[in-house]
Write a protein that binds this ligand. Structure first.
Ligand code: PMT
Length: 205
């Protein structure tokens, strides 16, 4: 059984020096990759732009945009694999990316956006685990995403909570499984959360 894990943000460029993105550091995803590698699993980590060292025993592939991330995931993922999506993928990208830095006079204050592909929803494999980064209605939104993306489990985190979500070394999450069961975990290190996620994945038939 192989694990494919996405981590970090994506960058959606407006021109070579400007982009849309978010504050993901990759810590959560790198911890998941490390936890799976600790069990001796074959792990591919598809990482957006982050400043982290690759965990031991993990094969890392760096990408920038959501479309690049999708292409690598599709290439790496086989039907029998486990896919764990921790990446904060930009849902939208600029309709056009200028080849050269735009001059201020060339910008009129509006930016046309188009939808990015939903990586987690579109890929087909044996087991899929996602995350839900929420600021409100955390459990309702997480349950909806779990259902709509066809997941075995979604890991919900309230990214407004201190010590949780983006950038922190800790996280406080709830596991929502497809059988409807819910498990609320206390605040713990991201590595401890990751080990719990991998333990769940290992238990899937
Ligand atoms: O990287 P850190 O600084 O450690 O921060 C960790 C984290 C906050 C990024 C992480 O805990 C987390 O919540 N990751 C999910 C971020 C997110 O984009 O959530 P979402 O609710 O918007 O997306 C739902 C799921 O669909 C996620 O598994 C996401 O990876 C996936 N998705 C979303 C959009 C898209 N176009 N493609 C996707 O695959």
């Amino acid at each position: 059984m192989k694990y494919v894990v996405t981590a970090g943000p994506t960058r959606e460029h407006i021109d070579p020096v400007r982009f849309l993105s978010n504050p993901s550091t990759g810590k959560m995803g790198f911890a998941v990759a490390r936890a799976a590698a600790e069990l001796g699993r074959d792990v591919v980590l598809v990482a957006g732009p982050v400043a982290l060292r690759t965990p031991k025993g993990v094969r890392r592939i760096d990408v920038t945009s959501a479309r690049e991330m999708l292409a690598v995931v599709e290439r790496e993922l086989d039907g029998d694999d486990v896919f764990i999506a921790t990446a904060a993928v930009a849902d939208w990208r600029p309709a056009e990316c200028a080849a050269k830095k735009l001059k201020k006079r060339e910008m009129d204050g509006t930016l046309k956006l188009v939808r990015n592909p939903d990586i987690l929803k579109s890929v087909r494999c044996r087991h899929k685990i996602g995350f839900a980064a929420e600021t409100n209605d955390v459990m309702v939104e997480a349950a909806r995403k779990c259902r709509e993306k066809g997941l075995d489990m979604i890991v919900a985190n309230d990214v407004t909570e201190r010590g949780a979500g983006f950038g922190a070394d800790t996280n406080r999450v709830a596991f929502l499984r497809k059988d409807g069961s819910v498990e609320r975990l206390p605040m713990m290190s991201k590595l401890a959360v990751a080990r719990r996620i991998v333990r769940f994945a290992e238990g899937l038939a």
